[in-house]
Design a protein around this ligand. Structure first.
Ligand SMILES: [Zn+2]
Length: 463
């Protein structure tokens, strides 16, 4: 399997300008080839010229145009060959996706490629062969650019720039397994994305299992075969960020989107957003980027911690209830996609570490008493956090009861070597809560009915 390793780069001002320049030229090449492609497409439509089709519709047709273009536009030589090549390949594959969509080769139709605006999206620099055009010297990452004339010798020579990885490489990083490198820029930050081949570890037998019930209040509430109940809290920074995003967005939307009149080269008119709108929009995009980045770290940290303690993690196949649109709808949708991403992260960590990921059927799990299986006919309203089973009198924590039903369901299906002694029954001995502090997870005593348990040991023992 291949995985991507994304490392933040320390880049000085000069190097940043050089990398921007490389990206601009790659972007220029993409647009230039697209212009050619548009002409060829017209030509092919009217003449059915097979030569036009060959350039346009084959994998390498556009790439083979590069040597000619280099003669015509010498500045292309200042960019490393595989970066240029990939700009052409990217366009060809976009055209091929369009063709596939037209001929039913893919489920969704895609549009014919559009011109790319470098200002809107930085064109990534792709080095698609192992260690060709880049090398690592400790934490120093050296990138090859194109050729330049050497004043002293009068010969052309390869130019390089140096950047530095902001953090050390992880232990598992093996330079023999590196397949390619992509340099990307997000906001003002540069990243190196290595594609690394990693062996898939063989699956170990399942020992400890946890079933998680995802919901709005927290990321999830889990009960494990070890008798530990874990509440995974949503991170505090999401609330702050979301509030900030709302503020900036409402400021931006109060500005005029169409305030400056501009005239295009062809004489038609266009309206551009005001300067303030654009400024706020940049800030908003930066906030969204930070949100994506921080939630990624959060989800990855939680997933790693879960698989350190458990061999199998099963998550309820959360389906939103009720069709009405409520005020908290947007937030809830955000959380839903958070849970979606959490599931993807879990599946990814499981594959990487040879562990098991799965889902369980959540239908009716909240309103069913895990002790006597009585189903509360009218269901349990969302605001009710604790309830008593009218049939057997058991007192339930809403989320814990749902997770216990999940675990019982999972244990029926999955063969767990040591679950025999549980006799299919699940019990909770102790409760804890996980709070993500931006770096790691702080484990705290579980909170029951709004009260923190008095045990200082980090876990709340249940008598
Ligand atoms: Zn009951």
């Amino acid at each position: 399997m291949q995985s991507a390793l994304k490392m933040l780069l320390e880049v000085d001002e000069h190097t940043a300008a050089v990398l921007d320049g490389q990206s601009r030229i790659a972007n220029w090449l993409y647009n230039h080839l697209l212009e050619e492609a548009n002409t060829l497409r017209e030509k092919f439509r009217s003449t059915q010229d097979p030569e036009a089709a060959k350039v346009l519709y084959t994998k390498r047709g556009l790439r083979n145009r590069i040597p000619m273009l280099k003669k015509e536009y010498p500045f292309l030589r200042t960019v490393y060959s595989s970066v240029l090549k990939n700009a052409a390949l990217r366009l060809s594959s976009a055209i091929q996706e369009y063709q596939k969509g037209r001929h039913g080769g893919r489920a969704k139709r895609v549009n014919w490629p559009k011109f790319r605006s470098w200002k809107r999206k930085w064109f990534s620099l792709q080095y698609d062969e192992p260690w060709k055009g880049f090398r690592l010297d400790g934490r120093t990452l050296v990138l090859s650019l194109g050729m330049a004339m050497d004043e002293a010798t009068g010969k052309r020579k390869q130019v390089h720039v140096s950047t530095r990885l902001a953090e050390p490489l992880p232990d598992w990083f093996d330079s023999d397994k590196v397949r390619q490198l992509r340099i990307v820029k997000e906001g003002r930050l540069f990243y190196a994305v290595f594609t690394v081949e990693r062996p898939v570890p063989s699956r170990r037998p399942v020992g400890r299992v946890i079933a998680l019930d995802p919901n709005h209040k927290n990321l999830g509430y889990g009960v494990g075969t070890d008798g530990v109940a874990t509440e995974i809290l949503n991170p505090w920074f999401l609330k702050i960020l979301d509030r900030r995003i709302d503020e900036v967005k409402s400021l931006r939307d109060r500005c005029q989107r169409k305030s400056v009149r501009a005239v295009r080269e062809d004489g038609t008119e266009a309206w551009l957003p005001s300067r303030r709108w654009r400024k706020l929009n940049v800030r908003l995009e930066e906030l969204w980027r930070v949100r994506r980045e921080q939630t990624k770290v959060y989800l990855r940290t939680v997933a790693n911690r879960l698989y350190r303690e458990y061999d199998a993690v099963f998550v309820g196949d959360y389906a939103p209830h009720g069709g009405g649109i409520s005020r908290g709808m947007r937030r809830a949708m955000n959380n839903q996609s958070l849970i979606g991403r959490f599931k993807e992260t879990l599946a990814w960590v499981a594959t990487r570490s040879g562990k098991v990921y799965g889902e369980w059927d959540e239908d009716g799990s909240t309103r069913t008493c895990h002790a006597c299986h009585y189903k509360v006919p009218e269901g349990i309203p969302p605001e009710v956090r604790e309830w008593t089973c009218p049939e057997c009198g058991s007192r339930h924590l809403r989320d814990e009861n749902a997770a216990m039903n999940g675990l019982a369901q999972v244990l029926k299906k999955v063969e767990v070597p040591c679950s025999g002694r549980l006799g299919g029954r699940v019990a909770v001995w102790t409760r804890r809560a996980w709070r993500f502090d931006g770096l790691g997870i702080a484990e705290m005593p579980g909170i029951v009915g709004g009260r923190v348990g008095d045990h200082a040991a980090g876990r709340q023992e249940i008598k």
